[in-house]
Design a protein around this ligand. Structure first.
Ligand code: ARG
Length: 459
């Protein structure tokens, strides 16, 4: 079939050029948005009198038929027709004849593709927000069961101070809540109608852009035609927000991998979410968590690809911009797939509470509490720090923990220490005493869970 833009050419494009610049293999996934956008455009053309009402109706019904056929798998797209926009237009002309040729009045593929991508991303942002909200809900449920499950908190991957599993999980809830906020914020900038910008300089036709915006549920229309066709900031913003989601998932996965090792032995992953080794019969590997960690790199790559694609482009549209799609689609697909599998991965893991508690009791995680105890008895903190440091050195020699020292032994380090010290440095007490807002004490955490649930209901 002749090209829709073939008028000024003497020759056909070389096959190799068709193959090279065609995007139909990946932008075909935009077909719904392309068709719905075209329907709104046709209705608007009729509304302002550029085409007649019967013509608009013929176009809309032709497009409906194309949508049905694509959905039923009855359409074979053409590489020579380049992209989804021209494939649909060509099909329309084949089906309804001359009237179909009027659809593209006052429109360019440049504003059309910007529209399609924005509509696509808007839907995906909503879906991803739902997935994140579901994950947060799951984590809150698990946390609620582990308000008193004591475990060591780490710095430098060295045992530091006792916390609870609930507190640890809630740290991730905070990250995922910020991720939802970022997606919502990104959506505000996605949700602006670019159609009407034409190729770059708007159009001489008296379009009713606000009507199209209402038809397609956009909050407003773009204010500069050059920007409307060359802006892909929203795709970059999503890739950045998606990268952060992946960073959060990846850090969590790293912990799941560590925790399920024999060295930590804090959790066991469900068989349904683990895999074996082809050679070593005993192995049970946390492959799912590793693969999420691994896939984070893809999304960072997509972000870099988008930034690099844009940085040298003069205004307005340049064909380089066709490269936005594979990066954006890959970022969306990867984040979606990872969020979907991560939720059941954590929901089904078995928590080994006793091992967590044992680890919390070792490693002198209560040393700060002993120092704080001394401060309460009137010892200046810096001095208390020194006293406890010497006690720890002694314990290491004696292969004991601080609470295993006798009162006489403790006395030899400071006369301020009395019998009430043992309660003060018991790990459960160390956690319970951290009642400060944002701290790990069960009541404090319970409070945060409640706030988080309220916030979740509003997403
Ligand atoms: N397939 C193109 C893209 O994805 C559509 C816009 C083409 N516009 C043009 N002037 N060649 O960017």
């Amino acid at each position: 079939m002749a090209k829709l833009w073939g008028g000024r050419f003497q020759k056909e494009t070389d096959r190799i050029v068709d193959d090279f610049h065609s995007s139909i293999s990946f932008d075909c996934r935009l077909y719904r948005y392309d068709i719905i956008g075209s329907m709104a455009h046709a209705k608007m053309l009729a509304k302002v009198g550029i085409i007649s009402r019967p013509e608009a109706e013929a176009i809309v019904s032709g497009l409906t038929g194309i949508m049905d056929d694509i959905e039923a798998g009855r359409v074979e797209f053409s590489v020579a027709a380049e992209d989804i926009h021209m494939n649909v237009e060509q099909l329309l002309i084949e089906r309804i004849g001359e009237v179909g040729k009027k659809l593209h009045t006052a429109r360019s593929r440049n504003d059309q593709v910007a529209l399609d991508v924005r509509m696509y991303l808007r839907d995906e942002l909503d879906g991803l927000g739902q997935l994140l909200a579901g994950l947060i809900g799951e984590l809150l449920d698990i946390a609620e069961k582990h308000l008193a499950t004591v475990m060591p908190g780490y710095t430098h991957l060295q045992r530091a101070q006792p916390i609870t599993l609930a507190h640890h999980l809630l740290a991730y809830c905070q990250m995922f809540s910020r991720d939802i906020e970022r997606l919502k914020d990104c959506r505000r900038r996605v949700n602006v109608l670019p159609l009407g910008a034409g190729a770059l300089a708007g159009t001489t036709f008296p379009l009713d852009r606000e009507f199209v915006a209402r038809e397609l549920d956009f909050a407003g229309v773009t204010e500069n035609s050059l920007d409307a066709v060359s802006d892909r900031d929203f795709a970059v913003e999503f890739a950045a927000a998606g990268s952060l989601i992946m960073v959060h998932l990846s850090r969590f996965c790293e912990e799941i991998i560590l925790w399920s090792s024999a060295e930590f032995d804090f959790i066991e992953l469900d068989d349904a979410y683990s895999t074996g080794s082809s050679m070593m019969p005993q192995k049970k590997n946390p492959d799912v968590a590793e693969l999420i960690r691994g896939k984070s790199g893809r999304v960072f790559g997509d972000l870099t690809a988008l930034l690099t694609m844009l940085k040298g482009l003069p205004l307005a549209y340049n064909k380089d911009m066709q490269e936005d799609k594979e990066a954006l689609f890959d970022a969306v697909d990867t984040v979606k797939q990872c969020l979907k599998i991560f939720r059941p991965l954590v929901a089904t893991m078995r928590v080994k509470k006793d091992n967590m508690a044992r680890a919390a009791r070792g490693g002198f995680t209560n040393a700060t509490d002993l120092a704080d105890y001394l401060v309460q008895k009137g010892v200046p903190f810096r001095e208390a720090h020194e006293i406890v440091g010497r006690s720890v050195a002694y314990c290491l020699e004696q292969h004991k923990s601080l609470d295993e020292l006798s009162l006489e032994e403790l006395h030899s380090f400071s006369s301020a220490i009395e019998a009430d010290v043992y309660e003060a440095i018991g790990v459960a007490h160390c956690v319970a005493a951290r009642r400060v807002t944002g701290g790990p004490a069960p009541e404090a955490v319970q409070q945060v869970i409640q706030t988080a649930r309220q916030r979740l209901a509003k997403y």
